[in-house]
Ligand binder design. Structure first.
Ligand code: GAR
Length: 188
């Protein structure tokens, strides 16, 4: 059995989608949903999905072994960042070398970096009059959105697209491709 831990800071629609995608898979399992935000809606989703969830604060994450220990105790094979806002500590990156991936709602290396999250990304893309956007799935290193890209998918931006319509299209791409990319990685 391959175990996935999902880190999410907010709504958690990707976390839900990934969990449901693997719910009937005998070999791949979402074993934990982890958040840095005790008010995140993803915690309610985890409860409904019957997946154990964990909240940690800044100190837990950057100054203790708490999260590392929990991941090891749960034999986690892959850490999936799905709308997670904090930088991953170097210690965790070393411990889970090549086993932490993130999804970003634009075509990296453009529109990435600190503070580029969710709608802020779409707003920047629209304001730059880009002709296309998309999703990027990449390995996580010690810098925001700079790890090696594993997968990208593009879509055209239409002249009548706005922040809301673009966000919706990007989410649809994420729901379709993110679980598949995870599955391919774990089946390799
Ligand atoms: C997703 O669109 C994800 O790509 C983005 O946050 C959203 C979370 O949505 N991540 C980033 O912007 C990372 N820089 P969700 O909570 O509904 O899954």
């Amino acid at each position: 059995m391959k175990n996935i831990a999902i880190f999410a800071s907010g709504n958690g629609t990707n976390a839900q989608r990934i969990t449901e995608y693997f719910s009937d898979n005998p070999n791949i399992n979402v074993c934990l949903i982890i958040t840095n935000n005790k008010d995140a809606f993803v915690l309610q989703r985890a409860k409904k999905l019957n997946i154990p969830s964990i909240y940690f604060n800044r100190r837990d994450f950057y100054e203790t072994e708490k999260i590392n220990d929990i991941l090891k105790q749960n034999s986690v094979d892959l850490i999936v960042l799905a709308g997670f806002l904090w930088l991953i500590p170097l210690k965790l990156i070393k411990e889970f070398n090549g086993k932490i991936i993130n999804i970003h709602p634009a075509l990296l290396p453009k529109f990435g970096g600190k503070g580029m999250y969710g709608d802020k990304v779409h707003k920047a893309v629209i304001e730059s009059c880009e002709k296309e956007s998309g999703i990027s799935i990449h390995f996580v290193n010690e810098k925001y959105d700079e790890g090696k890209i594993i997968f990208q998918k593009k879509i055209a931006i239409q002249s009548n697209d706005n922040l809301e319509s673009l966000a919706k299209k990007i989410h649809q791409l994420e729901y379709k491709y993110f679980p598949q990319v995870i599955e391919n990685m774990l089946n390799d």
